[in-house]
Design a protein around this ligand. Structure first.
Ligand SMILES: NC(=O)c1ccc[n+]([C@@H]2O[C@H](COP(=O)([O-])OP(=O)(O)OC[C@H]3O[C@@H](n4cnc5c(N)ncnc54)[C@H](O)[C@@H]3O)[C@@H](O)[C@H]2O)c1
Length: 400
């Protein structure tokens, strides 16, 4: 079994990927680069990392010769290019989290740097590895709906998820992280390319970040939900309720305060997540659509929106012989054939890893490629990012 080092032991590196690699004996986790001393020590303890394989950042790791077969670069969006170029210089197999970068110039630099690179390079496009998407792709490939003519893809973020990540949290500012359609939806552009198997020829996009503003507050509200808001009982974004009893509980590990309600409320008094959503400094869209034309005249419409109850993707593909519809989180796929009027229902299950089994699927594919010393670079990775960035560029132009 080949070895790997985790760079950035946060939500993705420590909580999502490393446990799968270790549990399924896919790659041996032998090192970590993480500046947060508590996280680094906890990681070393869990995986039995030797002292000389624990680094306080990617800089000190990559200043040495290659120390393992692969690295998983799981730092934040704006901290992807430099460690990846350094990892390429050292000759590692690389998994780089998505988005590769929110800047076109950086994507160009990375693509150039990978020309002729003799190792694996993959990105965190977990969704194309889900059993749900694989099943839909198999139906299309088997000709179940004839030639695909149209596609609708919706990324229903869940109002609570959007508030956590894109209003109060780490991806709320396009200038320090990424625009919503890049951070959240480069995945979806990858899915469109993966399922249609065609290049995109034209793209249009509209969207705004108009809702989470003071003007939409229910009345005179304080800056923090912990400051005695008169609308606390009726506000769906009430941070105290969201993080102690609502869907937001899932994110509480990010607070580093434990899971007691009193500790969570105390943390909300000063951390970004206790802020009233109508008094934040977010500048990313709360909804955006993109209309795309692909080669052969296939048309697709993609919508990402904060305004949904559930955090789920829904999809519909319309073909000359039938249609396919589905909901990823439910694992439900419906196939209708025009000629004989039949309807078939499929229920797809997964391994329980996050993103409907995509995290597990990606790790297995990455480990397979590393263990076989493959040379794997998929041009669609870059195309999907460029489409997301182009959608944002066009949206901004339409806005002005
Ligand atoms: N593939 C997916 O579906 C998916 C899902 C969520 C997030 N992401 C992406 O994954 C990336 C990481 O997200 P996250 O939620 O794990 O973030 P995080 O903030 O939880 O983790 C990032 C970690 O990088 C560490 N770090 C900072 N500077 C470093 C340095 N110099 N060297 C090494 N480590 C350093 C931080 O201390 C932190 O622990 C982001 O780009 C995010 O957009 C991808």
């Amino acid at each position: 079994m080949k070895t790997c080092i985790i760079v950035g032991a946060g939500g993705r590196g420590k909580d999502a990927y490393a446990p799968i690699l270790a549990r399924e004996h896919l790659l041996r986790v032998v090192g970590v680069a993480e500046p947060d001393a508590d996280r680094r020590h906890a990681f070393c303890e869990t995986y039995g990392i030797a002292e000389n394989m624990a680094f306080d950042g990617w800089q000190s790791l990559f200043s040495q010769r290659r120390l393992a077969d692969a690295v998983l670069i799981c730092t934040q969006d704006r901290m992807h290019l430099a460690p990846t170029l350094a990892a390429i210089r050292c000759g590692y197999h690389i998994l780089l989290e998505k988005p590769i970068s929110p800047l076109t110039a950086e994507i160009d630099i990375l693509e150039d740097a990978l020309v002729g690179y003799d190792c694996v390079f993959m990105t965190g496009f977990v969704l194309r590895y889900t059993p749900f998407i694989r099943k839909i792709r198999a139906l299309i490939d088997a000709g179940a709906i004839g030639d695909v003519m149209n596609m609708q893809l919706n990324e229903n973020e869940g109002y609570w998820h959007h508030a956590h990540s894109y209003v109060r949290g780490q991806w709320n500012n396009a200038d320090t992280s990424s625009p919503l359609i890049v951070a959240k939806s480069c995945h979806d552009f990858d899915l469109m390319l993966y399922l249609l198997g065609r290049h995109c020829t034209h793209i249009a996009s509209y969207g705004t970040n108009g809702y989470f503003k003071a003007a939409n507050a229910p009345g005179n509200v304080p800056a923090r939900c912990t400051d005695g808001c008169a609308f606390a009982d009726s506000c769906k974004y009430n941070a105290v309720r969201q993080y102690t009893a609502g869907e937001g509980r899932y994110f509480v590990h990010k607070f580093g305060c434990g899971t007691e309600d009193t500790a969570i409320i105390e943390a909300l008094r000063s951390n970004p997540y206790g802020r009233c959503v109508y008094h934040c400094d977010n500048n990313v869209c709360d909804h955006q659509v993109a209309a795309l034309e692909f080669e052969g005249g296939i048309a697709a419409v993609f919508t990402v929106s904060a305004f949904s109850q559930r955090n789920t993707r829904t999809i519909k593909l319309m073909g000359t012989e039938g249609e396919i519809g589905g909901c990823m989180e439910d694992g439900e796929i419906v196939l209708r054939r025009f000629a004989d009027g039949t309807t078939e229902h499929f229920t797809v299950t997964h391994d329980g890893t996050k993103h409907c089994g995509g995290d597990g699927g990606l790790m297995r594919r990455f480990a397979e490629a590393v263990n076989a010393d493959e040379r794997f670079a998929d041009a669609r990775i870059f195309e999907a990012h460029r489409l997301a960035l182009e959608a944002e560029r066009v949206r901004k132009r339409n806005e002005s």
